[in-house]
Design a binder for this molecule. Structure first.
Ligand code: UDP
Ligand code: MG
Length: 324
């Protein structure tokens, strides 16, 4: 059944956007041919009148749901709070600043109804993005994708629609330091055949300013890398190999100097060789410790072990039908 939809919107100090956003989203879901749709505003601890405006909308339209967070926890966790409160057959995520055009919703719903379980969007252009911001973003995604086991594309925002079964699977990720975009990419990677992608151009913000300053982005970048990769922990292993080879080379050189050339360099050569060798040993032990920490890091996340589609046998299906 794909007849109802939850639209999850996280909003932090978006008082100038809430009404316009609601108007456009409402019109878009009405055009989507759904039986019903709830619009979930997650107020991420706003200090302006975002919450009051949402309450006003709720008195006019019972399809509006509000999840009010007591403090600003960030876009990532706010969307998770929205997901936890979404009941419909499909869950659509979007930003509150109208950079994600609500007019795309009917097409997303159509693809979902056609059988795609995940409908992603690809930003072909971002009118809001400055050159500096774009460059930082490119560097971040390069580093992240180099280190990470999952491909997290730069131009794929959180504007996407997930079928219920994938939305439920996503709830299995209970990480405190979460990069929602990354976990969503993991979901999309589960079954590429069931993923559809729509292109769009991200408009300028309707009103207000971006809530993501350089510091917030840096924090997001670091937690994204730490969340999706334990590879930095392996660096000491590679360093130990490099220094180990260097120490062996130096040792060999000292031996050849002493026994073959009979012209030993006085003093420093043996000391340098010993220091490099000990450094290499230190790094090697650190690499072993790092490997264990990496395992703990992964285990503490308690991520879902698998995702499976279950096709019931004929007898079970008939049994269920009889019960109805
Ligand atoms: N947002 C949020 N909590 C925050 C920061 C942002 O819920 O702490 C929301 C914000 O209201 C918007 C979305 O996340 O709906 C994206 O934020 P923004 O537009 O500031 O980021 P940008 O598009 O510049 O990356
Ligand atoms: Mg924005």
């Amino acid at each position: 059944m794909r007849d109802n939809l939850s639209v999850v919107i996280s909003a932090y100090n978006e008082e100038d956007n809430v009404r316009e956003l609601y108007r456009r989203v409402k019109r878009a879901v009405e055009e989507s041919g759904l039986d019903s749709a709830e619009i979930i505003f997650v107020d991420d601890g706003s200090s302006d009148s975002t919450f009051l405006l949402c309450r006003e909308l709720q008195t006019e339209d019972p399809a509006v749901k509000i999840v009010r967070l007591t403090r600003n926890v960030g876009h990532e966790i706010a969307m998770r709070a929205g997901l936890d409160n979404a009941d419909a057959d499909g869950v659509l995520f979007m930003d509150a600043d109208l950079q994600h055009p609500p007019e795309l919703i009917p097409n997303m719903v159509r693809l979902w109804k056609d059988g795609y379980d995940i409908v992603l969007t690809r930003r072909t252009d971002n009118k809001e993005e400055t050159y500096f911001h774009g460059a930082c973003s490119r560097v971040f995604y390069r580093v992240l994708n180099f280190l990470s086991d999952v491909e997290i594309p730069q131009s794929m925002p959180d504007f996407r629609l997930l079928d219920r079964k994938y939305a439920d699977w996503l709830k299995g990720f209970n990480e405190r330091d979460s990069l929602f975009r990354g976990t969503l990419s993991m979901v999309a990677a589960l079954n590429r055949n069931n993923v559809a992608t729509l292109d769009f151009v991200a408009d300028r913000r309707n009103a207000g300013e971006s809530k993501y300053g350089f510091r917030k982005y840096l924090h997001l970048a670091l937690s994204g890398i730490l969340q999706f990769s334990v590879r930095p922990l392996h660096f000491s292993l590679w360093l130990s190999v490099v220094f180990g080879i260097l120490a062996c080379g130096l040792g060999l050189y000292v031996i050849v100097e002493y026994f073959v050339l009979k012209q030993p360099t006085p003093g420093y050569a043996t000391i340098v060789t010993t220091v490099v060798f000990m450094g290499s040993m230190n790094l090697f032990v650190l690499a072993i410790v790092g490997t264990y920490i990496g395992k703990i890091h992964q285990e503490t996340k308690k991520r879902p072990l698998y995702f499976a589609d279950v096709f019931p046998g004929k007898r079970e299906r008939d049994g269920k039908n009889n019960q109805r």
